[in-house]
Write a protein that binds this ligand. Structure first.
Ligand code: ADP
Ligand code: MG
Length: 311
């Protein structure tokens, strides 16, 4: 099986697979690492090159060209968890399906100005930001035409990066929810992002798509944004009672080592129930393990002062 092909050139040798803790007959309990500091977020005070990045947002794209892997769920709930932890958070809906927008109780069909206008007509992004649980830059159905409209523009891959200049110093984290494709909207996200977090459903078939994603990122690094890297991989819809899910995690860890977050987002219907109420799981069900899992993930993102190069 060819997953090892996705190993980036500079990837360190695979680490031995750590035994899975508490994997026997667990109910819905989120695991959290006890080990030392991990990779992931670029802290806002970190020196990048010779420019001090004080108070500049860390921009993270959530991407996986496969649909239904929890990109939107993770963007929202991690965003809310980061806000709970005291961070200033903006989430941006770049998916024409508008699921992120809907999951904050808004209807993309009736929204007048959206990320479409920001990307195509250069409307200031602050004009399309609504404050709900977190600040959210909304999508509308016309975002579906953005790829085509953008493709005719000079600088089409940099439209989002330019739009974010206005708000980068107003937030600590800007989280980008991307569509299930590697088209121009997702490329815009990769160009604007410091890092990419890849939600991966814990099954073998979803792991294969990582090859293509890594190839696209390599292309973006070469031509448009040398700094962008995979910042972390979040195993989602994890059911530790199945051997298959545990094996999927092992394969991920063999190939990506420390890039795999320790937090597993377990499979539970809570994640589907909350957006129907226009709510994150953290508001819908704040004391449940489903909410705690995203708090654990937020802690990993915040603790991870040193982002490992994945170039
Ligand atoms: P994507 O944005 O990658 O297409 P979504 O976040 O929309 O994926 O999730 C797809 C569906 O799965 C949604 O109905 C969502 O509520 C549900 N879902 C997300 N995370 C989980 C989980 N951990 N367990 C069970 N269902 C989930
Ligand atoms: Mg989605």
């Amino acid at each position: 099986m060819g997953l090892s092909r996705i190993l980036p050139r500079s990837q360190p040798p695979p680490e031995p697979v750590a035994p899975e803790p508490d994997e026997t007959d667990e109910p819905e309990v989120a695991t959290q690492p006890t080990s030392g500091p991990r990779l992931h977020a670029v802290p806002s005070s970190e020196v990048v090159g010779d420019v001090e990045e004080h108070a500049m947002a860390s921009v993270i794209a959530f991407a996986n060209q496969k649909g239904g892997v929890a990109k939107t769920t993770t963007t929202l709930n991690l965003g809310v968890a980061l806000k709970e932890a005291g961070q200033r958070v903006l989430i941006i809906d770049l998916d024409p399906q508008g699921n992120l927008t809907m999951s904050q109780g808004m209807n993309p069909d009736v929204i007048e100005r959206s990320m479409f206008d920001v990307l195509v007509h250069r409307v200031p992004i602050s004009d399309v930001i609504h404050t709900v649980e977190v600040d959210i830059a909304v999508a509308s159905i016309d975002l579906a035409g953005a790829e085509l409209a953008l493709s005719a523009l000079i600088g089409r891959e940099r439209a989002l990066e330019k739009a974010l200049v206005e708000v980068r110093d107003k937030y600590d984290y800007v989280l980008l929810d991307t569509p299930p494709s590697l088209g121009l909207l997702t490329i815009n996200a990769f160009v604007a992002a410091d890092g990419v977090i890849v939600p991966v459903q814990c099954e073998y078939l979803s792991l294969r798509g990582l090859v293509q994603l890594e190839n696209t990122l390599a292309m973006v690094r070469e031509n448009l944004n040398p700094a962008v890297r995979v910042q972390g991989i979040v195993p989602t819809m994890y059911d530790g009672r199945t051997l298959h899910a545990r094996e999927a995690i092992e394969i991920l860890q063999e190939n990506f080592g420390d890039l795999v977050f320790e937090t597993r987002i377990r499979k539970t219907v809570r994640y589907a129930e909350a957006p129907v109420k226009g709510s994150s799981v953290l508001r819908y069900d704040p004391t449940r393990p489903s909410a705690q899992a995203y708090r654990d993930l937020a802690k990993e993102v915040l603790d991870g002062a040193q982002a490992r190069e994945h170039a």
